[in-house]
Design a binder for this molecule. Structure first.
Ligand SMILES: Cc1cc2nc3c(=O)[nH]c(=O)nc-3n(C[C@H](O)[C@H](O)[C@H](O)COP(=O)(O)OP(=O)(O)OC[C@H]3O[C@@H](n4cnc5c(N)ncnc54)[C@H](O)[C@@H]3O)c2cc1C
Length: 494
């Protein structure tokens, strides 16, 4: 069977690997010059800096992909367990590290906010573990269920476990039950942004992200881009072929089923099936042809997930002991998400995430330039054009101002940094408006609005962060595995 995979993001790479391993003749196309999609390198002053995902979790998903090919992930990628998960600092005062070790984190929280919040933290860890256990096989690692199917998979006898996943409460409300210190509510509420959501709108179910981090954050030698390259190499060992700098213009549908792909230059590639790894919103907009659009809706602007403004920087820093993952919080979290999702602006005082990519499994000599990604949340309106340069400069100045107020100085200027705006992300990832995580999983049932692995046309399948089970590199890889499984199941019964 001939299969074309459009997109060499994590979902496309995983799908290609499984399909090739099971004997399909797989061609992977990507308009970009190399594998990884959002896991891309931005070149600054001659060096590659991870400009997309930086937090590597759920290693078991990647290990499974390699082991099913008879290989080991660590043959391809050097991983180091992070002892410090992240360092957090607040402008109004306070610094807190979270550790891989729960007791160590609880002690740190006790010293930071008091014994009640340390106890609250332990209860929170237990609850996030419980939510994850309930949803791991029933939701994350399975084909997309309907709400009724989810109840069936979890089992009526365990309906209380499903109730404890708290889809009816917002994450922010639920966190109030564990933490009295507003800074801790802010810290743990930020996990909603891992899925492109506001903690004020996302269901408390997303507290499971805390468990995912607690289960292991890994630092990758060569950065996240290396993970993508490793899966490309793995897929090649199984016989998949890659064509980069190659954009699909149309998924060709005849007689109600997929028969191939037409490229931008007019070339046709025949195939019995296509896995689309771009954002499904692009399909919904008809960007891959009217016929492939069947059964897929565009994502309404109001339902898009977060975008970001990022700066990839190579510069010396001083004044603050950076670790690999760092978060600098301003004071008003509610205002930050209200600005992004309702007023469609970057707030006056945005939270800044900073990944110091040379730290954590190596140190940086004093005064030496180091590689960093800085990120602030932004509205997904990149299809409305670039932000006003004056506004953009102001956001940059205010972000650096927050770092300064927390003690960190970065000698950053236009020569040692590259900025990516929502419009830039929109150009890289068509149909998205710069939304980086597909639809936002807001409300009790938002997560069920993501399509499953199968399109509305015979022979069309979906993989990636815009479909079930959701965004993030492990989840996107899981979606690719689910798409391959569904495709193979359908072809066996045809
Ligand atoms: C700044 C940023 C920070 C993030 N941080 C994290 C993090 O720390 N941890 C984490 O786990 N996740 C993080 N994420 C999310 C994570 O990167 C994504 O969820 C995941 O990588 C998406 O993978 P995907 O399979 O959807 O493919 P994508 O990465 O979206 O790639 C899709 C590919 O399809 C190609 N394509 C699209 N249309 C066509 C076409 N017509 N023809 C040919 N090719 C096409 C594109 O060029 C692209 O390469 C972050 C994302 C960003 C942008």
């Amino acid at each position: 069977m001939r299969v074309v995979v459009i997109g060499a993001g994590m979902g496309g790479l995983a799908a290609a690997t499984d399909l090739a391993r099971r004997g399909a003749e797989v061609t992977v196309l990507d308009r970009a010059a190399s594998a990884g999609g959002k896991a891309r390198h931005v070149m600054v002053d001659g060096v590659g800096i991870d400009g997309g995902p930086t937090v590597f979790t759920m290693r078991w998903i990647f290990s499974g992909l390699f082991e099913d090919c008879g290989r080991r992930l660590d043959e391809f990628v050097e991983l180091y367990a992070a002892e410090t998960l992240a360092r957090h600092a607040w402008r109004r005062g306070g610094r807190l590290d979270l550790f891989a070790d729960v007791d160590r984190s609880a002690d740190a929280i006790g010293a930071f906010a008091g014994a009640a919040d340390a106890r609250g933290y332990k209860a929170f860890v237990a609850r996030s573990t419980d939510i994850f256990a309930t949803l791991k096989d029933s939701f994350i690692a399975g084909q997309r269920p309907s709400p009724v199917e989810l109840v069936r998979r979890v089992g009526l006898s365990r309906i209380d476990a499903l109730w404890r996943t708290m889809p009816w409460a917002t994450m922010w409300q639920a966190l109030g039950g564990y933490f009295t210190d507003p800074r801790l509510r802010q810290l743990f509420g930020r996990y909603a942004t891992y899925c492109g959501c506001s903690p004020f709108l996302a269901p408390a179910t997303l507290m499971l992200v805390a468990h995912v981090e607690q289960d292991g954050v890994w630092l990758v030698k060569g950065g996240m881009k290396r993970v993508a390259e490793a899966i490309r190499e793995l897929a090649e060992t199984q016989g998949a072929r890659f064509r980069f700098g190659t954009e699909a213009a149309e998924i060709i549908v005849e007689g109600g089923r997929v028969i191939g792909v037409r490229l931008m230059d007019g070339e046709r590639i025949e195939a019995e099936a296509v896995v689309f790894n771009g954002d499904v919103a692009a399909l919904g907009q008809g960007m891959l042809g009217e016929r492939a659009r069947r059964g897929v809706r565009d994502t309404p602007r109001a339902a898009r997930s977060l975008s970001a403004i990022t700066w990839c920087v190579k510069a010396p820093t001083g004044g603050f002991p950076l670790t690999h993952h760092n978060v600098f919080f301003a004071e008003d979290y509610a205002e930050e998400f209200d600005a992004v999702f309702r007023r469609r602006q970057v707030t006056a005082a945005p939270t800044v995430y900073l990944c110091a990519q040379d730290r954590g499994h190596g140190e940086v000599a004093a005064g030496a330039a180091e590689r960093m990604l800085l990120l602030v949340n932004a509205p997904p309106d990149g299809d409305r054009g670039e932000p006003d340069p004056v506004v953009l400069r102001d956001i940059e100045a205010r972000s650096l101002g927050l770092l300064h107020d927390c003690g960190l100085e970065i000698a950053m200027d236009s020569r040692n940094s590259v900025t990516t705006t929502p419009a830039g992300f929109h150009r890289l990832f068509p149909g998205t408006g710069g939304a980086l995580y597909g639809r936002a999983s807001h409300g009790a049932t938002g997560t069920f609005a993501r399509p499953g692995a199968k399109g509305g046309v015979k022979g069309l399948y979906f993989a990636g962060g815009s479909v079930h089970p959701g965004p993030g590199i492990p989840m996107a890889a899981m979606s690719g595995r689910l798409a391959a499984a569904k495709l193979l199941e359908d072809s066996a019964t045809r």
